[in-house]
Design a protein around this ligand. Sequence first.
Ligand SMILES: Cc1cc2nc3c(=O)[nH]c(=O)nc-3n(C[C@H](O)[C@H](O)[C@H](O)COP(=O)(O)OP(=O)(O)OC[C@H]3O[C@@H](n4cnc5c(N)ncnc54)[C@H](O)[C@@H]3O)c2cc1C
Length: 246
Amino acid sequence: MFDLPGIVAEQRLDVYTTLKAGGRAEYFYSARTRSEMANSAILAQENGVVQTILGWGSNVLPSDNGVVGLVTLNQAAEIECDQSGFVEVDSGAGFQDLFLKCAQAGLGGFEFAVGIPGTVGGALVSNAGAYRNNVSAFLIEIEVVENGIREWRTPEFMKFEYRDSVLRQIDAPQIVLLAVRFQLESRKRKDIYDDARDYQRQRIGKQPPSASCGSFFKNVVDHDLAQRIEGLSDGMRAAGVIPAGF
Ligand SMILES: Cc1cc2nc3c(=O)[nH]c(=O)nc-3n(C[C@H](O)[C@H](O)[C@H](O)COP(=O)(O)OP(=O)(O)OC[C@H]3O[C@@H](n4cnc5c(N)ncnc54)[C@H](O)[C@@H]3O)c2cc1C
């Protein structure tokens, strides 16, 4: 393994997942800043070491046999936003912290993020969302490391779909997401908090408080089928979304 101060061998990963389960990382590194994230990614890619990024561990189950290579815990969490609606955030920032910071600045868009545990990086990988919203809707640019090169890119390379992106595929490229730029719209703070509270109330009724990794099933997106299914709400029918429970 290459020389990276702070790197440790055989680190338990169960403590870093919301399921509280899973094996050990062969090598483990905790990155506290965007530069540390970038540095670990460049080193891993230049040395041909398989690297797995861990955010809040709310959508992963590490193998009991362990995870080979380097697991990097992403704790880089700076968030900056201005009155024009421009937001730049480290990929390790909490998705809900991003909502709060934007709401305080009177910027709407991420109301649906309330109650979705995880980092902004993790949210991008699965194009996280709720109530028919997706994190990818507000993206302008993503800073990445690929092939040892650090650069800003437009979002097309992520091939976003419903709760999916290129980084969830079996043969996903080794790309580390470092930071994200979003463009949001100004909105009355009261309206932002009212919507967020409403979403939170709906979630409290459905979400178990114990160890979990969220939904195991994706809703079905099929416009034709949605017209034929009885009992679907008008909103769901119009969006062509059938909840997995149906
Ligand atoms: C109680 C509960 C409720 C949930 N509700 C929702 C919901 O309503 N909607 C929804 O969409 N999801 C939901 N989820 C799933 C989960 O919260 C999201 O997928 C979340 O965005 C994952 O973020 P994370 O930081 O925990 O990612 P992790 O679980 O740490 O990682 C997920 C994947 O992304 C990769 N990854 C993470 N960060 C990076 C990075 N910077 N660069 C490259 N790859 C990276 C990891 O290697 C891993 O493959 C829920 C989960 C729980 C436990």
